[in-house]
Design a protein around this ligand. Sequence first.
Ligand code: FES
Length: 588
Amino acid sequence: MSASDSASAQISPKSERKSSNPFTKRRLRLGSGLVLFAFVVTHLANHILGLISLEAMEAGRHYFLLLWRNPVGTALFVGSLLIHMAFALHALYSRRRLKMRFGEAAQLILGFAAPVLLISHILGTRAAVQLYGTDDSYTFVLLAIWVDSPVYGLRQIAATLVVWIHACIGLYYWLRLKPWFMRIMPVLYSLAVLYPVLALLGFISAGRTVGRMAADDPGFRLDVAIDSNAPEAAQIAYLHQLESWIFIGLGAAIALTLLARAFRLYLERREGIVRITYPGGRTVSVSPGMTILEASQLNDVPHAAVCGGRGRCSTCRIRVNGPLENLSEPDESEQKVLRRVGAAPDVRLACQTRTSSDTSVTPLLPPNATPRDGFAKSAAMQGQEQEISILFADIRGFTSFSEQKLPYDVVFLLNRYFRSMGEAIEGAGGRVDKFIGDGIMALFGVDENAQQGATSALKAAQGMSEKLDELNELLKADLSEPLRIGIGIHAGPAIVGEMGYGPAISVTAIGDTVNTSSRLEAKTKDFGAQLIVSEHVAHLASIDATSLRREEIEVRGRKEPMQIIVFDDAQVLSGLPRKAAEEPQPAS
Ligand code: FES
């Protein structure tokens, strides 16, 4: 196997899908982080009670233990801790470069510092409880780490700050992509500062209370030791021994991770290099299998990456100017982000795309892009001309029907009807543009090509006819005669984009194609038909129309007569033969 073959195999979609599911991994990491954050928040809430009194703190501890010191709470906490640490080691292993932004570096370093600072506290409380039946009350703990060994008290304060800042950075990276985040950021920022400050003040205040009690009562220490079943000297020595072993284990895990990472980088370098070309002709050489974003960062090519390469923000997206075959396949989560921004087929997230051969890319957002830019409207949503299919539908004789009914009945019936038709349209891949009175306008092909749009529109018409039959059957006791509809579909160029004002903004289309579609729907009355489609729609959808009723009509606003196909019943579409795909003809 050649170097490039080997690299291709390494990033082949199959092997990638088999080995991991980033979407699940991300959720697992987030979930474990949130459990740990919940633990920290409740623990600090307990500390805050120290501002009221030591007794309030002890009472709060009762509920804290109820929550976390039971089999489920313990399993959740320990499991989350192990999962979170495993992810931290994996992040270290999978990074191709250790140079990173300040926030990312701070989060990683604080994440590894947290267990180092917390081990002695965990051993002195939870482990002592499990091993020796110690009652780790606040009085016992504060006497030990605030009064008798203030160094441990300071270490505890440092641990609190480290854990809190680490958690806040993680939450920030997660939440800053949410549209509402900037609105509530001042509140969250205040809470992020205030909460640990109050907790530490509570901790210190309760510590001083315990200090005064120890100073005022010479027998206090002995009473606390007896009441708490404090560990004896040999047991404390064993706990220290355990602490050393855990330190060694942690250090070994980090060292092994770095060694494994170095070995992997060595193997990758042996596999050769690939060249990535950026706009302006700048070319960089990197190891195969590196993401495009890593290649940019390693070579100081300015490249936006708001989420730090986590595949969430879309700001790193690139247009690939060349064959896509040698790139890693987009996984489920990348596809989701790309769909959300309405990306074209040649657009990828640089942070998720690895290449096994030379390629050329164009970063699509400026290097200083913000979270808001990531999910800004796609070009299609900002307005562009494209060929789509437009469907209009109307209930026949609805005006006279509504005059004979109570308003409540009219609204009830219309809502049932809109729901059924909306399901048929969306089920076929279309977008309901608007409901106008009893009429419906729907768009097809906004996110697809013209052929797919026309096929979806015909499928929707057939589905609407079927849904109408179901509705008539359901409401036959209330209807003097079955509801009938007329549907018109035409395809052609239209200006598509988000239009409107305030909450009434929606994706809609304007142009001659819209007017023509509406007129075809009106023509269904003249022909007594359920559906009329322009010949262009049938052509795009590769419908074999030779056996169908074809007519030529004049359409107001068009110079040329128009060829149409008339269907008495749209359900006929289900049995129609399809032609082999042809080159699309321009709309007439
Ligand atoms: S850096 Fe955020 S999606 Fe790639």
